[in-house]
Design a protein around this ligand. Structure first.
Ligand SMILES: Cc1cc2nc3c(=O)[nH]c(=O)nc-3n(C[C@H](O)[C@H](O)[C@H](O)COP(=O)(O)OP(=O)(O)OC[C@H]3O[C@@H](n4cnc5c(N)ncnc54)[C@H](O)[C@@H]3O)c2cc1C
Length: 418
């Protein structure tokens, strides 16, 4: 069967939304309708709440949501990584139990990957999962775990075999966070917010049916999660805008945003706020300074070319082409733009860029940019790791020397007692 045309999808979506959307519905009730009809996640498979449409058709439907002002399914944060991972690797039972509540926003998820001894070297994870009877018993520690303080479930990468090379001894689990063996401790960042945590496991329990994919397949499953993270699937930008329009669904969505997204309100600042640069240059009169104008021009050029690179990657994906170098350089480019934007903002605001609080420049936003942009160079894989990926996989340069991949993980020297 050939793909439906853009016009037919647009008119079908429009007709369905006009017949079904009402701001007076409860938020969860409306999202159930979206899941049941396939219009909430049209790019998902038809068996699982979608319509199997391509990304470009998905965007046409989003335009129709925007046109009528309908609230979407819950699409912020790490729940998107959980959905993408479970759609690809989850069992039928796991999809049935978790996907719908992800879409309705009833469950929040976190990603339990990084550890004190393994962030960039993710495959060096030492959190252990041991089989006792038919259950998995988890011991160890994770860190930088965004959302763990209000999550119900975590995507856990844990070591199940110490006698094989490190990438082969990992397994992937769904962990119930709200159990006695899990202790979540929030961490305060230098920008004053507390969006991530350290998480300790002491004989935490996982039922066998919450193992994702086969035993020892954890690295493969984690790669799916990470690929979606690097494509920005866990972003908060587009779907996190509350509206003051009247109606129960809008009010409940605004409450959800205020409650669940409060710890992440610094996220726009971590990208550098290029959108504020010209406004600030005019307000401060620095637009007339030739040296600063040069820096603004460089920043806007970098930002535009990064955006075009992202668009090329999207166009290639829409045509069904394999991911090219655009994908690999996107994250690094975003990090360079964020760093440059922080520099330009400090040139524009001078010493005021260091002031925080309501009475400071733009209510503290400029200072927040300054202390939040470093996150962009770290989260989801650091700049150095992106450079390694580009040099080894895109440019085919010789691989980094490794001494830890050809022996049992048990024999790999490391600084954590296990
Ligand atoms: C905002 C934010 C949110 C995050 N959320 C989560 C989350 O939800 N879940 C989660 O599991 N983790 C999360 N992280 C953690 C993040 O994935 C790690 O911080 C990141 O992978 C780096 O690991 P690390 O901090 O252990 O640094 P390390 O790996 O110790 O790196 C330290 C330095 O050494 C460099 N380096 C390391 N290895 C190499 C190499 N081979 N070649 C060259 N240089 C190298 C790094 O680039 C870095 O500069 C988050 C981080 C941030 C900033």
């Amino acid at each position: 069967m050939s793909d439906p045309t853009e016009e037919s999808v647009r008119s079908e979506a429009r007709a369905w939304l006009e017949a079904n959307w009402s701001p007076d519905l409860g938020l969860v009730e409306w999202r159930h309708k979206l899941a049941d009809s396939g219009w909430g996640v049209p790019t998902w498979p038809t068996d699982w709440y979608g319509k199997g449409y391509s990304d470009p058709l998905g965007r046409v439907i989003e335009e129709e949501f925007d046109r009528i002002g309908a609230v979407s399914v819950a699409r912020t944060g790490i729940r998107n990584l959980a959905a993408a991972t479970l759609l690809e690797h989850g069992t039928k039972m796991q999809k049935e139990k978790f996907l719908l509540r992800i879409l309705t926003g009833e469950d929040t998820w976190c990603q339990l990957f990084s550890e004190p001894g393994s962030g960039s070297d993710l495959a060096g994870a030492s959190t252990r999962a041991d089989k006792k009877g038919n259950k998995w018993i988890i011991n160890g520690q994770k860190v930088w775990t965004t959302s763990a303080h209000h999550a119900q479930y975590g995507l856990l990468l844990a070591r199940t075999d110490w006698d094989v090379p490190k990438h082969k001894g990992l397994s992937y689990f769904i962990l119930d966070i709200e159990q006695p063996g899990v202790e979540v401790q929030p961490l305060r960042q230098m920008n004053g917010h507390a969006s991530f945590n350290q998480v300790f496991f002491t004989d935490a329990v996982i039922e066998p049916e919450f193992q994702v994919s086969e035993l020892g397949d954890g690295w493969k499953v984690a790669t799916t999660t990470l690929m979606n993270e690097r494509r920005g699937a866990d972003g908060l930008r587009r779907y996190a805008k509350a509206t003051e329009k009247p109606g129960r669904a809008y009010a409940e969505e605004a409450e959800e945003i205020a409650h669940q997204l409060e710890p992440y309100k610094w996220y726009p600042q971590r990208a550098g706020r290029v959108d504020l640069v010209l406004q600030r240059a005019r307000e401060t009169g620095k637009i007339n300074d030739p040296a600063i104008r040069q820096e603004i021009a460089k920043l806007l050029t970098m930002s535009k070319s990064t955006e075009w690179t992202a668009r090329r990657a999207r166009a290639a994906a829409d045509l069904g082409l394999p991911q090219g170098p655009e994908g690999s350089i996107g994250k690094l480019a975003a990090s360079n733009v964020a760093r440059k934007a922080a520099l330009v903002h400090t040139m524009l605001s001078g010493a005021d860029a260091m002031l925080t609080g309501e009475n400071s420049t733009m209510g503290g936003v400029i200072a927040e940019i300054f202390v939040s942009t470093p996150a962009t160079s770290i989260a989801g894989g650091t700049d150095e790791i992106q450079k390694n990926i580009i040099s080894e996989r895109v440019l085919k340069l010789p691989k980094e020397a490794r001494t830890d991949t050809d022996r049992p993980f048990r024999d790999v020297p490391r600084n954590i007692v296990t």
